[in-house]
Design a protein around this ligand. Sequence first.
Ligand code: UDP
Length: 317
Amino acid sequence: MKVLITGGAGFLGSHLAEAWLDRGHDVTVLDPAGDLKVRHLRVNPRFRTIRESVLNREILDGLVAWSDLVYHLAAVVGVEHYVGDPYQVLTVNINGTQEVLTAAFRHGKKVVFSSTSEVYGRNTAVPFDEDSDRVLGSTRTDRWCYATSKAAGEHFCFAYARMGLRVVVLRYFNVYGPRLDQLDRGRVVTIFIGQLLRGEPLTVIGDGSQTRTFTYVDDAVRATVQAGLRPEAEGQAINVGSEEEISIGDLAARMIRITGSSSRLIFVPQDAVYANGYEDIPRRVPAVRRMHELLGVRAETTLDKGLEQTIEWFKRP
Ligand code: UDP
């Protein structure tokens, strides 16, 4: 099978590319970023990267025509972008998704769209099942542009599904693992690992009572592969996540215990970190029935095991 992965040079895409190559398939990554996270795959003759944006219509169309299955992961992600460059977030995430779906529809190819648990916004009624309400703030608050852009992408998916496109929407819940971000940048797991490895205090934002469920990348990738293979997933939105809910304060303590570090916790007021009215999500837990029933996948990696493996990877020379 020929698999196209837009945004495939990123964290999740690089693991997904690896998984399809391991199964003996051909993989092409379309990504304007450098290929640092897929550099180790370049020796494989079944693998190639095209350094271009999904907004390049001609290139995109040719690659979709070549492929049997399209994973659309390309997006502008990261809190700094939501509040720093909402125009770019909206353009790439909404227009890019429309371009990919249009090309896939034209060529009759199946699409797996990577959405996010962010679409549920600050809804506090956890666990979120896929039909739960989306609770977002005002459009005057830039931080909601990412959730809005991904939700618009989902609407496009379902609009195309009505016209006959085979499409699956996956909503990922805080996926982590090797190659996540650069240390100290991006998401909480990599920020804490950077601080731990230097023996510095772990910066818990707010009072640390906000919760997440962290999903180890291998589990997320197994679900993503199955979404590409199983016809019963088509036309559905499916949460991809673990049910192991943990507060950020407890996550910090857990990571200190796992590494045996002498780091302590410091609590940083939200206002000091998040400018422009950024608002944290208080709780985020998925309902995972659809993931089990439609994809046949459960998140099997415990948080302890996943953290150990991730920390080990970041410690390597
Ligand atoms: N967080 C934290 N300290 C940090 C970075 C993040 O306490 O140095 C918190 C953040 O406020 C949020 C949680 O960790 O409650 C997860 O943040 P992340 O940016 O990784 O993902 P998201 O908020 O999108 O779930």
